[in-house]
Design a binder for this molecule. Structure first.
Ligand SMILES: Nc1ncnc2c1ncn2[C@@H]1O[C@H](COP(=O)(O)OP(=O)(O)O)[C@@H](O)[C@H]1O
Ligand SMILES: [Mg+2]
Length: 315
């Protein structure tokens, strides 16, 4: 069956200009989200995952310089002016974050916040908005009597559910979830992931999940993008990826999962102010050759698989 594309990101370059130099956070990144799938971007902390995700909804600070093309349902949204873009952000793409309180108003009752978000996007009466908010509360499995609760009266997991209800108030086609369960304990984490999966199926949503946790990737992903130092190193379908990751960095990420108590990838993620002459992973790569120091790998693509390494071709 031919997959329908929802989001197409081409040649995405992002840098931050700072008083001590430029920070290059996205280097010619390309990826596509198919309708109804969960695409996970995985990589160690500081690799540029959140910046790439935030750029898609233009939520980056002013010192960000973004270039490249982003299409949503075949329509180029990267050219839109901010006012037009705000409509897309409100009605088609929603974002949830690690810290729910970053998007919840601490002094407003949670039910009213969900209702207000609904009313901001769909013109309707207050009564209708309240009914919709109650429906959303039920969908995220919060009891109706919490409608009048204030955020501080709820646990972290419940606040996460409120944030999801606010995000879904506009029935988005795309949900960007940036480390949504990282600060939760394991049982609650599992419940939230299960909830996201359920809502995704109910609304045929597409999810872009950002995570550093291979367990989350394993449970949630249909396809995976591995990011390192502002580069997309590999893109693969889930089963093929876990059977045989191709990029040496992806292999290292899985080595850590297999032996989390003892194994760590040697070295650290580089400072993104550095200009890389060759492959940015070369200093940490067990399979690097002399060439990797000087030549920057290109994307090589075959069928559904992409890999960016001089020594590996997808087959
Ligand atoms: N406003 C900014 N100005 C300069 N550098 C920034 C800014 N925001 C993020 N960065 C840098 O971008 C890099 C990638 O950050 P981020 O996308 O948050 O990584 P990840 O989500 O993969 O952990 C980091 O090195 C960070 O310091
Ligand atoms: Mg992040």
């Amino acid at each position: 069956m031919k997959k329908e594309k929802l989001l197409e990101v081409e040649q995405l370059n992002i840098k931050f200009t700072t008083s001590i130099g430029d920070v290059n956070v996205s280097d010619n990144i390309n990826f596509t989200l198919n309708k109804g799938e969960t695409f996970c971007i995985v990589g160690e902390s500081g690799c540029g995952k959140s910046v790439v995700a935030l750029s898609l909804t233009r939520l980056l600070p002013e010192n960000a310089v973004i270039n490249g093309s982003v299409k949503f349902e075949g329509f180029t949204i990267s050219d839109l002016d901010d006012k037009e873009f705000a409509k897309i952000r409100g009605q088609k793409i929603a974002t949830i974050f690690e810290q729910p309180m970053s998007c919840i108003n601490p002094v407003m009752r949670i039910g009213e916040q969900i209702a207000e978000t609904y009313r901001a996007n769909f013109k309707c009466s207050k009564k209708e908005a309240k009914l919709q908010a109650l429906k959303k509360l039920e969908e995220v499995k919060l009891p109706a009597n919490r409608y009048n609760a204030y955020p501080h009266e709820l646990s972290g997991g419940m606040q996460q559910r409120v944030m999801i209800a606010i995000a879904l108030a506009c029935n988005p086609q795309l949900l960007i979830a940036d480390e949504p369960t990282t600060s939760l304990d394991v049982t609650v984490q599992y419940q939230i992931l299960e909830l996201l999966q359920e809502l995704k199926e109910k609304y045929h949503m597409t999810i872009l999940m950002i995570t550093h946790d291979m367990g989350v990737v394993h449970d949630m992903a249909d396809r995976i993008g591995v990011m390192y130092a502002g580069n997309m190193m590999e893109i693969a379908e889930r089963d093929a990826f876990f059977k045989q990751p191709l990029h040496p960095y992806a292999q290292e990420l899985l080595n850590v999962v297999k032996d989390p108590c003892h194994y760590t990838i040697p070295g650290t993620v580089p400072n993104l102010m550095e200009i890389f002459s060759g492959c940015p992973f070369e200093p940490r790569c067990q399979k690097a050759t002399e060439m990797c120091k000087t030549y920057k790998p290109e994307n090589s693509v075959r069928d559904e698989r992409m890999v960016r390494c001089l020594n590996v071709i997808p087959n």
